[in-house]
Ligand binder design. Structure first.
Ligand code: FDM
Ligand code: MG
Length: 267
């Protein structure tokens, strides 16, 4: 890929946080400062999969919970060729909701772990920046009543907020929390500053894969000769990073022992 790629910027947050307004304002601001930019939103309701999702959200149809989760993910995957080609051309993408909404909303339903919910989206283009528009449920309530769509209730949104907070503990993602209770213009200024910074950085960096660990494959015992990639769960990511750290410390320690031993023998 050419180095001068566009940046992938995602806006996330609970309903009424102002994501769509802020996405549009960011696109305008970047355009005005001469950056090629395009806005994308998920779910992308115009595709065949998107229409199934839209009917579900509008309560015109019912879908089994796992099924609809996978449809939301498939709706992102079907946009990946378009997203990659735009980024490679140097266009910055401003995305209204992404895999984080997918994981936060489904895992707010009973019986769904965050780990299971992230799996279908492992390997998606990894955002260079995820802006989380933080707004308390009380402040969200002041912004008017929810609409008619599925998930638009205070109780559910509070559960979603908690799940987002869990997701934000993952340091492999570049999360930035924005105080969405400020005025529209102040929120916009914060978002624009962070985005312009990331735009410059992304030009020199390769596009990575979301929630994927870069570790050597392990030989699978169940499939002799076969290879298996460790499950890219948050726990595992943290464990792996911890193991690397311990490994480094042990290396330094053994090096010290060898050097001391060597000098001891010389003297
Ligand atoms: N939503 C959105 C999900 O449940 N999973 C997803 O993967 C995504 C992208 O769909 F209630 C939910 C979140 C929200 C609804 O609403 C889409 P908007 O107002 O079009 O963003
Ligand atoms: Mg909505």
């Amino acid at each position: 890929m050419a180095c001068k790629r566009g940046a992938l910027i995602v806006l996330e947050g609970v309903d009424k946080a102002g994501k769509t307004t802020q996405c549009k304002k960011l696109v305008e601001a970047l355009q005005q400062s001469g950056h090629p930019v395009e806005m994308i939103r998920f779910p992308e309701r115009s595709t065949t999969i998107g229409k199934l999702i839209s009917a579900y959200l509008e309560k015109k149809s019912d879908l089994e919970d796992h099924t609809v989760h996978l449809l939301f993910s498939a709706n992102r995957w079907e946009m990946v060729p378009h997203m990659k080609s735009r980024l490679e051309q140097g266009t910055t993408l401003v995305v209204d909701r992404y895999a984080f909404s997918g994981a936060a909303f489904t895992s707010a339903k009973p019986g769904f772990s965050l780990d299971w919910c992230t799996q279908p989206d492992v390997g998606l283009p990894k955002p260079d920046l995820v802006l989380f528009l933080q707004l308390s449920p009380a402040q969200a309530a002041l912004r008017g009543h929810f609409g008619e769509e599925r998930y638009e209730t205070g109780v559910f949104q509070r559960a979603v907020q908690q799940r987002f907070e869990e997701l934000m503990k993952d340091s492999s993602v570049n999360w930035k929390v924005i105080d969405a209770s400020q005025s529209v213009e102040d929120v916009h200024d914060d978002i624009t500053d962070l985005s312009l910074h990331v735009l410059r950085e992304a030009r020199e960096r390769r596009l990575e894969e979301l929630w994927k660990l870069c570790v050597r494959p392990q030989v699978s015992k169940s499939r002799p000769g076969g290879q298996r990639w460790p499950t890219p769960s948050f726990d595992l990511a943290h464990k792996y990073q911890g193991m690397l750290f311990v490994n480094k410390v042990l290396h330094i320690f053994s090096l010290n022992v060898i050097i001391c031993f060597h000098f001891d023998r010389k003297n």
